[in-house]
Design a protein around this ligand. Structure first.
Ligand code: PEP
Ligand code: MN
Length: 334
């Protein structure tokens, strides 16, 4: 159930609803919106009577959420969720190498991005590689490099968490924690990042439906971390002209069903660098709130995913075109 507060509800009135939910041994989830606060409740809500809440001061109404995902649903919150600068007014570019390779490349990348106004660097220290013989990432040493680069440049860090064991270390080194496609239904990991106090970028599982993806977001939110960014990165289909099939059609639907920001990762979506710019522009047109791009000073010598990685010149051209396009879509490049 969802309790919608009146727009003039006081903090005390909100606190009273929260306390009433807790007395029922249910978990309250207050989500402030632009105009009003809505308070979700999770646990067994089947027997809870709406009138219990509708009589409380400051309550507008109580609504039964019909979707299997609750906190992630648009029913829960009409306004788009804004996470830092990420939201409906901006289009946020997150770029960088697939992996943290060494300090020199990571720093060069971060400095280039900061000069171009890009405020987030992506780079994996822990890499989920299909082959155990491929480069597995620098692990904890990679996180130390990211921390030093963040300290030197002030750039925000987006890096993947693969297992619960490294949750605290990744949380400390990152500004956004990435959960990869292969872990979208790793429920132990989702519950663990639900305890983190950093936003989570949740990639869509490569064969997950939209509902399964939103349920994965719900796992994180049910733990009390409401800052989830959805990221489409391509799904498995019969098509073999691209690494995956970038499902841009999911973007407007996800934004309709959920208030969470939706990103697109064209790099993993197409798998070939020549096609990354076109699908980046298409991502903005689809209504996405941002993109995750693999970029590297020397993509041909990247230690992972070089084939889909763009160089600095291409990145600069993409940023220039996105800046021009952003006006059309009522956004500014963030
Ligand atoms: C990545 O971002 O480098 C990555 C491994 O992504 P995905 O989980 O989408 O394959
Ligand atoms: Mn990659």
């Amino acid at each position: 159930m969802l309790i919608v507060m009146r727009s003039d509800a006081t903090a005390e009135q909100i606190a009273r609803v929260v306390a009433t939910i807790a007395e029922l041994k249910l978990t309250p989830h207050p989500l402030p919106g632009a105009t009003r606060t809505a308070i979700g409740m999770t646990g067994n809500t089947a027997a809870v009577s709406k009138s219990l809440f509708e009589v409380l001061p400051g309550v507008e109404n109580a609504i039964r959420v019909t979707k299997p995902y609750k906190l992630a649903s648009r029913e829960m919150k009409k306004d788009d969720t804004v996470i830092g600068n990420i939201g409906p007014k901006t289009f946020t570019v997150i770029a960088g190498p697939c992996s943290v390779e060494n300090e020199e490349i990571t720093l060069r990348m971060a400095e280039h991005l900061m000069n171009k106004g890009v405020r987030y660097l992506r780079a994996g220290a822990f890499k989920p590689r299909s082959s155990p013989y491929s480069f597995q990432g620098l692990g904890l040493e990679g996180l130390r490099i990211l921390e030093r680069v963040r300290a030197k440049t002030g750039i925000g860090i987006v890096t993947e968490l693969m297992d619960t064991e490294h949750a605290a270390a990744v949380e400390a080194a990152s500004d956004i924690i990435q959960i990869g496609t292969r872990n979208m239904q790793n429920f132990g990991l989702l519950k663990r990042v639900g305890q983190c106090r950093k936003p989570v970028l949740l990639k869509r599982g490569m064969s997950a439906t939209l509902e399964e993806w939103l349920m994965a977001a719900e796992y994180i939110m049910a733990g009390g971390n409401y800052e989830v960014i959805l990221c489409e990165r391509g799904v498995r289909t019969f098509s073999d002209h691209s690494r995956n099939t970038l499902d841009l059609s999911v973007v407007p639907v996800a934004k309709n069903l959920s208030h969470l920001p939706v990103f697109v990762d064209p790099s993993h979506g197409v798998g070939k660098r020549a096609y990354v710019p076109a699908m980046t522009y298409a991502s903005m047109a689809s209504g996405a709130d941002g993109v995750l791009l693999e970029a590297h000073p020397d993509p041909d010598h990247a230690l992972s995913d070089g084939a889909q990685t763009i160089d600095f010149d291409t990145l600069d051209a993409v940023l220039a075109k996105l800046t021009a396009m952003a006006n059309l879509f009522g956004r500014t490049l963030g």
